[in-house]
Write a protein that binds this ligand. Structure first.
Ligand code: NAP
Length: 293
């Protein structure tokens, strides 16, 4: 049973504190997910949201260190700017060029990125997809693409085609990945020049652009050109299917939106802070609960 926000556990002097910093922060679903999981796991933790303006970031990070936080999540616009303020970066954050989770050990701050690994977990659990030798077509070349592509490389992807509106941004990710993960072949293409042949050769289409959040279509992608065995993952999370997911399902291509990745990145952060697996299904249940209320 997910935590419904009514039986708030008592906060005492022993309660461990974690939270999320971003700007703005009101929209964040993480407090709902994490507090539900802490309550279900009977862990004496509390998770709080903090709106932190960019010019306050350094003072706040040092404050969290001084206040003895167990850790915190980091969201837009601080995912990259926080990196030089930390003591150490895990490979996941270094490769992604972004931090979304920090663990505090003593007065040391260690940065992780659980978004990419959350994607790998969601691909397996929701689409039964494991990266291998077949081409993965990534639409977009922003922060989410870079974290996702780094995790795909680590998970064994043999070939990735990055297709973006601005070709330079795709080249920049290709160059960062080539030096770090040379086993993965990476090509780039312009979004408005994506060919039928490139779609036909793809086993997974991964949307990492923000298109779809407000119902926007992604032009230039003819889903019906994907092979019948292909799958589609849309990182955009919304209450219902995104237009891209809808089109894929109409073509009998298994497809889901980014809710599973959001949950999986949260579960991985929970494990980093507590050392325990997050209770099964609780974060997802908490999100479903607010989405349907
Ligand atoms: P970002 O760094 O701003 O990148 C945005 C990307 O979208 C860029 O590749 C950009 O292309 C492309 N784009 C934007 N508007 C476009 C348009 N009109 N036509 C074509 N391409 C367009 O954003 P981000 O941080 O990567 O986030 C992207 C999405 O991923 C967001 O919806 C975010 O919520 C989602 N996300 C989901 C999860 C999850 O857990 N499910 C985690 C992280 C992010 P250009 O390079 O040409 O500008």
């Amino acid at each position: 049973m997910p935590w419904d926000g009514e039986d708030m556990p008592a906060v005492t002097g022993k309660t461990k504190v974690v939270g999320i910093i971003g700007y703005p922060i009101e929209h964040s679903l993480s407090p709902i997910m994490q507090n539900a999981a802490f309550a279900a796991a009977l862990l004496d933790y509390i998770y709080l949201p903090f709106a932190v303006a960019p010019e306050k970031l350094e003072a706040v990070v040092n404050g969290l260190r001084g206040l003895g936080f167990s850790g915190f999540n980091v969201t837009i616009p601080h995912k990259t700017s926080i990196m030089p303020l930390l003591d150490r970066l895990d490979e996941s954050a270094d490769a992604a060029g972004a931090v979304n989770t920090v663990k505090v050990i003593g007065s040391s701050l260690i940065g992780y990125n659980t978004d990419g690994d959350g994607l790998i977990v969601a691909l397996l659990s929701e689409l039964d997809y494991i990266p291998g030798s077949e081409q993965i077509l990534v639409i977009g070349a922003g922060g989410a693409a870079r974290g996702g592509i780094a995790a795909l490389c680590r998970a064994g992807a043999g070939k990735i085609l990055i297709c973006n509106r601005t070709l330079d941004n795709a080249y920049s990710i290709k160059s960062a990945m080539n030096s770090r993960y040379p086993e993965t072949e990476i090509d780039v293409a312009c979004l408005d020049q994506l060919t039928e042949k490139q779609l036909k050769a793809s086993s997974l289409l991964l949307n990492t652009t923000s298109l779809g959040m407000k119902g926007e279509e992604i032009k230039h992608i003819d889903i019906s050109s994907l092979p019948a065995s292909a799958k589609l993952y849309d990182m955009v999370y919304s209450k219902s299917a995104t237009p891209l997911v809808e089109r894929a399902l109409e073509s009998f291509i298994p497809a889901v939106n980014g809710i599973g990745m959001l949950v999986a990145q949260g579960e991985l952060a929970f494990k980093i802070w507590t050392g325990q697996n997050a209770p099964d299904g609780v974060m997802r249940g908490a999100l479903d609960h607010i989405c349907h209320s």
